[in-house]
Structures are given as structure tokens and as C-alpha cells.
Design a protein around this ligand. Structure first.
Ligand code: ARG
Length: 366
């Protein structure tokens, strides 16, 4: 640990949680560097102005908060829908889609400010460290990468807390939420110790974006989603921008408890992990989009594209968004989407979304 290389300026991914807060003074001391924090708004529904102030109060010299929502939808989530990107058949990949955009923006910020290193607050066990670092390496091979959680001396949250108190860091006043949450427009991941037992049901209070289906409103709601060339553009005849459309679907499906996912997935690092996700809008939109493909694609294209979807999902999961294979598969997918125009009728009721109708000017049904 003695005499680490020193840096001038470090751009650090910042959420305002305990880890990334402790990282600021820790990196300043260890690397003698100025810290620029970067926070991207992907629709996590947090008070990001408060996050920005907190970063400055914690010792950042510059705290950047960007509204990335529209760019996120257009450059990542609509491609996700067109691709049918669902990992291991279940997980719509919300966290995985967020990382390359955040990492890309951090590189841009590093260039603007003449920084010489990039830092993230991911642990050594998950996929996110890989997604950040693969993107950093692809876009800025000359910048150093710092991952304090893999290096530092704090073995427990209590030790981090002690450090935070000793350094007068602004801490959350409320009792720590026991869940580790990553939430934005495309969904939510919930992690906590007790869920490591695969037989344990998630407690009712763990869920954030969806109501308990057993307490859902009675009856059902009808909706019609219109797609143009594979992209959802209107609901019930009302045209909407992407962010608004996704928020609308999250609200409606979430109210009926649609989009809860409890899965055991294979991580990049070779571990299996139990994951709890909520993805109300992603559930509806993937389902409706695939339904249109069923009537607009011939059999060979439909089945071939399912294989491509699986490979594409693995690429997104692995974090190689900026690699050549993703671009090549994207070109294939774009080509297939030309006839994916039309409408899908869905009925949403407690815990369930069912397709009740589909139509398209390009339907091959006779
Ligand atoms: N296992 C999921 C993934 O790799 C979710 C990760 C959630 N990340 C988080 N920081 N809570 O995409």
C-alpha cells in the first residue's frame, strides 16, 4: 500500500451512497488527486440536485449531474427492445444497459477536464466492475482505472462508517436501508443478504416499482401499444416521447404487480447469484414487440432472430457494448425491423399482462 502512483484529477462514478462517498476523501488522500464526481440521470427518480450538493460537501472539486434519460432511451433501450435483449430468457438487463453510457460520459468528462484516471465504486464480485472497465479500456486506453472497493482496507460497512464519521462526511440520517438497489427507467435490482438463501421468498417490503399482485386493483385495464419499425411510439393512440412512454408503462404495469422477477443467474465472473428485479415497462414492451414480430416475420427470420437476441443479450450482459460484434448484430437487427410496425392490444390485470390482439400493415397472416 506504500507510495501509490499519484494522479492529478480523477473522474469518479458517484451515486451518493456510502461507498462512493467514502471513496472521495480516500482517493484524495491516497492519490493526492482532485476528484470530479459524475452522476447520470437514467430515470432513477432521485433528487440529483441533493446528490450533487452532497458530492461537493464530501470534498469533490466539481460535481457533474447529467440528464441522460432521452439519450439512454434512444441509444440503448430502443435498441434493446428491437433486439429482444433478455438475459437467460428472464432479465431485461437494466443495469447492464446503464453502465456503458455512464462509462462513456465519464470518459468524455475526463477529456474535458484533463483528468488522468477514472474510478468506480463496484466491488470485485459483480458484473458492473467489468462493464465499467471494458468500456473505459475500449474508449480511453490511456486513462488509469481505480476501483477502491477492491483495494481498500475497509472489510465491513461499519469500518467505512467509522472512516466517514472521522472525516465528517455527510451521511444519510435515516437508518440504512438493508437493500442494495439499482433503479432507473428500465427496471430495478434489489439485493440483500437474506435473499442469498434461494428458498427464501423476498419480503413484501423489498419491492419498489411494483405493487403486490394480491392487492392489485380489481378487474383489468386495456392498452394498445403502437410500434413503428420496432420502436414503441404511442399508447392508446396518444403519441409519446420515449421517456414518457416508458414511465407510463412502468406506472400502469407496476400498479398491477406485473414485472416482478426472481431468478438465479450466471454472472460473468463465474458465480451464480440470486437476483430480484422489477421491470414493468420492459416486460410489457418486450412482450408486445415480440408479438408483432410473430406476424411480420417469416418463420426462418423469426427463429434466426431469436438466436441473435440471445447472443446480443450475452454481449450486453458482458459489457462489450462498444465492441465490433454488438455493432454487427445491431445492423442485422435494424434490417429486420423494417416491417415491425403495427399495434398490440394487451390486457393488464393482477400480476398478469396478456396479449389479446395484434395487427400490422405488414402482417404475413392470411
Ligand atoms: N446482476 C445484475 C447485473 O449484473 C444486477 C446488478 C445490480 N447492480 C447493483 N449495483 N445493484 O446486471
Amino acid at each position: 500500500m506504500s507510495n501509490p502512483k499519484q494522479f492529478k484529477k480523477i473522474v469518479c462514478a458517484y451515486s451518493g451512497g456510502l461507498d462512493t462517498s467514502v471513496m472521495i476523501p480516500w482517493m484524495k488522500e491516497r492519490y493526492g488527486a482532485e476528484i470530479i464526481t459524475y452522476t447520470g440521470d437514467l430515470g432513477q427518480g432521485e433528487d440529483l440536485d441533493a446528490v450533487r450538493k452532497k458530492a461537493l460537501n464530501t470534498g469533490a472539486s466539481v460535481a457533474i449531474v447529467d440528464d441522460l434519460r432521452q439519450r439512454f432511451v434512444e441509444e440503448f433501450l430502443w435498441p434493446a427492445v428491437k433486439a429482444g435483449a433478455v438475459y437467460e430468457g428472464v432479465y431485461p438487463l437494466h443495469t447492464a444497459f446503464g453502465r456503458p453510457l455512464l462509462a462513456q460520459r465519464m470518459v468524455e468528462v475526463a477529456r474535458e477536464h484533463g483528468a488522468d484516471a477514472l474510478a468506480h465504486g463496484c466491488s470485485g464480485k459483480g458484473n458492473d466492475q467489468i462493464r465499467f472497465e471494458v468500456t473505459f479500456r475500449a474508449l480511453a486506453p490511456d486513462l488509469a482505472i481505480i476501483a477502491p472497493l477492491r483495494e481498500w482496507e475497509f472489510k465491513t460497512r461499519e469500518l467505512e462508517m467509522d472512516y466517514a464519521v472521522a472525516h465528517d462526511l455527510p451521511l444519510p440520517i435515516t437508518r440504512e436501508n438493508p437493500y442494495s438497489i439499482d433503479q432507473h427507467l428500465w427496471g430495478c435490482a434489489i439485493e440483500c443478504g437474506e435473499l442469498e438463501d434461494l428458498w427464501t421468498e423476498p419480503p413484501p417490503e423489498a419491492w419498489i416499482m411494483t405493487k403486490d399482485p394480491s392487492n392489485a386493483p380489481r378487474g383489468s385495464v386495456e392498452m394498445v401499444i403502437r410500434f413503428e419499425r420496432g420502436i414503441p411510439v404511442a399508447i392508446d393512440g396518444r403519441e409519446m416521447g420515449g421517456v414518457e412512454l416508458i414511465e407510463y408503462c412502468n406506472d400502469l404495469a407496476g400498479t398491477f404487480g406485473v414485472g416482478r422477477i426472481d431468478m438465479v443467474e450466471n454472472r460473468v465472473v463465474g458465480l451464480k447469484s440470486r437476483e430480484i428485479y422489477e421491470a414493468p415497462a420492459a416486460t410489457l414492451l418486450h412482450m408486445a414487440h415480440t408479438e408483432l414480430e410473430r406476424i411480420c416475420f417469416d418463420r426462418a427470420t423469426f427463429n434466426y432472430k431469436r438466436k441473435v437476441s440471445q447472443d446480443y443479450a450475452n454481449i450486453v450482459y458482458d459489457g462489450t457494448w462498444f465492441g465490433p460484434l454488438r455493432a454487427a448484430l445491431q445492423a442485422f437487427i435494424e434490417h429486420t425491423q423494417r416491417p415491425v410496425t403495427g399495434e398490440v392490444h394487451i390486457r393488464v390485470s393482477a400480476g398478469l399482462a396478456r396479449i389479446t390482439g395484434r395487427r400490422s400493415p405488414y402482417s404475413l397472416y392470411d
